[in-house]
Write a protein of this length. Structure first.
Length: 137
């Protein structure tokens, strides 16, 4: 991908931006396929104890928690407002993707050998985390 002005840092930035935006769409599509948007409010009410524990343990920030249980004027959550971190956390913990599997602790994508949903989700998470630590000069 060439940049508009020939600046390689700009090209890298554009690639990173596309990665993050597309990854979020993929994760949201997976999440919405498991928890249908029409059932999101009732599902979240049913797992509120789990969500509260994730929040208490610092796995979900207060801002993320508030996007799950918004206040008026529109008290209905919408997965369109969920960031990558929250989507991965929800997929892992409330979507029956084996949250206690050892694969979730792997931070090196080269060591992830399979192609299950959880392994692919983990690859996206790891790549996003790696990208977020890169510094453009």
């Amino acid at each position: 991908m060439a940049s508009i002005d020939g600046n390689q840092n700009e090209a890298y930035y554009l690639r990173l931006h596309m990665l993050v935006m597309e990854a979020q769409k993929v994760l949201r599509a997976k999440f919405d396929s498991i928890i249908k948007p029409a059932q999101l409010t009732s599902t979240l009410k049913g797992v509120q104890k789990t969500i509260d524990q994730l929040n208490k343990r610092g796995k979900i920030t207060n801002e993320q928690y508030n996007s799950l249980y918004p206040k008026s004027p529109n008290p209905n959550p919408n997965s369109e407002t969920f960031d990558i971190t929250l989507l991965v956390c929800l997929l892992r913990n409330i979507c029956n993707l084996n949250p206690n599997s050892k694969v979730w602790t792997e931070k090196d994508n080269t060591k992830i050998k399979g192609y299950t949903d959880q392994e692919n989700i983990l690859r996206i998470r790891n790549l996003r985390n790696k990208v977020s630590t890169l510094r453009l000069v």
